[in-house]
Design a binder for this molecule. Structure first.
Ligand SMILES: NC(=O)c1ccc[n+]([C@@H]2O[C@H](COP(=O)([O-])OP(=O)(O)OC[C@H]3O[C@@H](n4cnc5c(N)ncnc54)[C@H](O)[C@@H]3O)[C@@H](O)[C@H]2O)c1
Length: 268
């Protein structure tokens, strides 16, 4: 074994089985890649079947430890089958990451019922029932487990034209807290991550100047990479975080620590 390399048995997530929703690209993909590199078997979900298949192939061309499971993560029926398929394929479930979420912009006064229902269905209903399905399985296994929600800085501070989105993301933080009382007795940790601006295929596709404009708005001078968020996710679903539950970790380069101030002339 070359120096510095870990054998498969020594990898942090060896023997663990994880589900990650909305993971064909972006943050979810990077979490799957990192979990797989850490030795986990990964069930990679995406709404788009070809995106999911391509993503799983890029992580594991032999399909032995990463499988694509296309489907709509907002649909509780699909979520049930996702958990079943995971257990059927890998025999257990240890980590569930409700990453899938849509970001729908729109003014409060113009927001439609259809847009609202689609947003709530994925960001809240999908996350809630993935947590429920996973927790039932983890309780049955009697092995404990880790559940992680993907919140957002917009669930902490308001953001123009993202009020309904921010509302769903704030609710996920409360869901993580609320489940502590019900799931700690089964050894299940529940946490959330709130990313700030993250460079992804989607954010750069929507705004080619994303890196520059959000770099200026982020105190550390750059938006997060997907790896910045995945690093935090892997910590929270690892045994290193076994005494952490009900928490939301901000990964925002300082964005929520600052507020707008006028140009002040302050003497040294
Ligand atoms: N990118 C950011 O700047 C940012 C910031 C804060 C929070 N977040 C949150 O992080 C999570 C991931 O964000 P992202 O930007 O990496 O994702 P994204 O928008 O790039 O989407 C990733 C994948 O999710 C899939 N998807 C969409 N609807 C789905 C559904 N109903 N079922 C299953 N898959 C579906 C898409 O096909 C896509 O491949 C989301 O919950 C998002 O709200 C992102």
């Amino acid at each position: 074994m070359p120096e510095g390399k870990l054998s498969p048995m020594e990898k942090e997530f060896s023997g663990k089985v994880a589900i990650v929703t909305g993971a064909g690209i972006g943050i979810g993909f990077e979490i799957c890649r990192a979990l797989s590199a850490g030795g986990a078997s990964v069930v990679l979900n995406d709404l788009d079947a070809s995106v999911a298949a391509d993503a799983a192939r890029r992580i594991d061309s032999e399909g032995k430890s990463t499988i694509a499971t296309p489907g709509d993560a907002s649909d509780p029926g699909f979520i049930d089958s996702l958990v079943e398929e995971t257990v059927g394929r890998f025999g257990r479930l240890d980590i569930a990451i409700a990453n899938a979420g849509i970001t729908t912009y729109g003014s409060f006064l113009g927001y439609t019922v259809e847009k609202f229902q689609k947003l709530v269905a994925l960001n809240l209903q999908g996350s809630f029932f993935l947590a429920q399905g996973a927790a039932k399985r983890m309780r049955e296994q009697n092995t404990g487990g880790k559940i992680l929600f993907m919140s957002s800085v917009t669930g902490h501070q308001s953001h123009p034209c993202l009020v309904p989105y921010g509302m769903t993301k704030a609710a996920l933080r409360m869901l993580a807290k609320g489940l502590v009382g019900e799931l700690s007795q089964f050894g299940i940790n529940v946490n959330a991550i709130s990313p700030g601006a993250v460079l992804t295929e989607r954010t750069v596709g929507d705004d080619p100047n994303f890196e520059e404009s959000w770099g200026q708005a982020t105190p550390v001078g750059r938006p997060a990479s997907v790896a910045d968020v995945a690093n935090a996710a892997l910590f929270l679903v690892s045994e290193k975080a076994r005494h952490i539950t009900g928490q939301t970790l901000l990964v925002d380069g300082g964005w929520t620590s600052t507020s707008y101030v006028p140009d002040l002339q302050i003497p040294d």
